[in-house]
Write a protein that binds this ligand. Structure first.
Ligand SMILES: Nc1nc2c(ncn2[C@@H]2O[C@H](COP(=O)(O)OP(=O)(O)OP(=O)(O)O)[C@@H](O)[C@H]2O)c(=O)[nH]1
Ligand SMILES: [Mg+2]
Length: 398
């Protein structure tokens, strides 16, 4: 929240923070929007408010549709280890790819715009599943209402964990990539890996403002970050800073102006172009658009490249699998806990059951993060993919 807002706008902002239902939030936000002065310094904030207003309108519209049981719902409940949203122009081969990767059976056809609503399917990777959702095709101008479903598809993308851009190599592939990246950018979704990361967590359990600096602040101090939060009356908030971060990055994270999503680019229909052309498209995308892009070249028709996708998604999802074991039991549970990379024993315990943390004594770890099998560790120990943990508590039987 820029500190230089007039008192009237600040009062309206507080009303928004106090609003509970989506209806109340929408009214409060609309009032707040009209009270923000228009100048360069409030650009980010106005963009955020505008987007939030349209998200709230869509949320209310969705609710109405679900209640009446009519119309097309774009709401897809998350399942599995992470949600991947497939985006692309029409005819890129999204439905064909979804059929190849998952149990879903969407219609494949050479009629443009065959898929008219989001279709979910489950994709297996070793012992876990990812949810992959095909979305109706995008066009240039989707973020600005060129098609009625454009902002809804982009809303799905905002909520997803990983984005998969499916591009047809036979039809101006670079242009498709450019349009898709631009539409996402307009919707506040950035695919370029930022230098740092700001994680914002809101919870009643947090007293006041908590700032955890795991990286470096480039142009400000921890006190500046605190003042920024105080100015927006943001309490019950934890802000964690990783990598290199500016005050503007913190502001963007707080107001969700821009959100970063890891992205896999699938260049499809490789059977219809030369290998050289496909490789050139991949390198042009990296040069011109996304320097660190993860790219896979596929032909769904011939079944080439498709098998590489689950592993790449696993890498991009940035998660680890941790297996829990009962004390004295020889075998860990077959189903792993799914945690964000960098998670600690504390995160694992809280995920199993929040109140376990009160009774925690120590944990024993086997696997990649353990110095030796069965190492005894505390709550701050960072877990790695494939670890097995045994949690010891002060109370018997839990
Ligand atoms: N040559 C070739 N054709 C493909 C490949 N993958 C899909 N197709 C064809 O491309 C056409 C469109 O495929 P879909 O999977 O329906 O494409 P979509 O992206 O879901 O399209 P919409 O839902 O209509 O936007 C179909 O005729 C497919 O058979 C491929 O790897 N190579
Ligand atoms: Mg389709």
């Amino acid at each position: 929240m820029p500190t230089n807002l007039p008192a009237e706008a600040r009062a309206k902002w507080l009303k928004y923070l106090e609003a509970r239902t989506p209806e109340e939030k929408l009214t409060a936000l609309q009032e707040f929007f009209s009270a923000i002065p228009k100048h360069k310094g409030t650009e980010n904030l106005r963009a955020w408010v505008r987007r939030k207003i349209s998200e709230l309108k869509e949320e209310l519209e969705e609710k109405k549709l679900r209640r009446s049981g009519s119309g097309i719902s774009f709401f897809i409940e998350k399942e599995g280890a992470a949600q991947v949203i497939m985006l692309g122009m029409t005819q890129a081969g999204k439905s064909s790819l979804l059929r190849a990767l998952t149990n879903a059976k969407p219609e494949v056809s050479d009629v443009p715009y065959t898929t008219k609503k989001p279709v979910p399917g489950m994709m297996r990777y070793e012992d876990i599943y990812f949810q992959v959702v095909e979305s109706p095709a995008l066009v240039e101008g989707s973020a600005n209402g060129a098609i009625w479903w454009g902002t809804r598809v982009l809303g799905l993308a905002r909520n997803a964990d990983v984005i998969m851009l499916v591009i047809d190599l036979t039809s101006e592939p670079l242009r498709q990539a450019e349009v898709l990246v631009k539409e996402l950018e307009t919707a506040g979704i950035c695919l370029k890996k930022p230098r740092g990361r700001v994680l914002v967590r809101r919870s009643k359990a947090i007293h006041g403002i908590k700032i955890v600096l795991c990286g470096k602040l480039l142009n400000c101090t921890v006190d500046d970050v605190r003042r920024l939060l105080e100015a927006g009356r943001m309490y019950g908030v934890e802000v964690k800073i990783y990598g290199e971060v500016t005050l503007e990055d913190v502001e963007k994270a707080i107001y969700e102006t821009v959100t970063y999503k890891p992205c896999l680019i699938v260049l499809n229909k490789a059977d219809s172009v030369s290998n050289k052309f496909a490789a050139e498209v991949a390198s042009r995308i990296r040069e011109k658009l996304l320097p660190d892009a993860e790219v896979v070249i596929t032909s769904v028709k011939l079944g080439v490249g498709v098998n590489d996708i689950p592993r790449k998604i696993f890498k991009l999802a940035d998660i680890v699998r941790v297996y829990t074991k009962e004390p004295n039991s020889p075998k860990p549970s077959p189903q792993p806990l799914i945690l964000k990379r960098g998670s600690t024993v504390e995160d694992a315990v809280r995920k199993i059951r929040e109140e376990f943390i009160k009774y925690f004594k120590y944990a024993k770890v086997w696997g990649p993060s353990a110095k030796y099998p069965g190492e005894r560790v505390g709550l701050n120990h960072v877990l790695e993919d494939g670890d097995v943990i045994e949690i010891r508590t002060t109370v018997k039987g839990i």
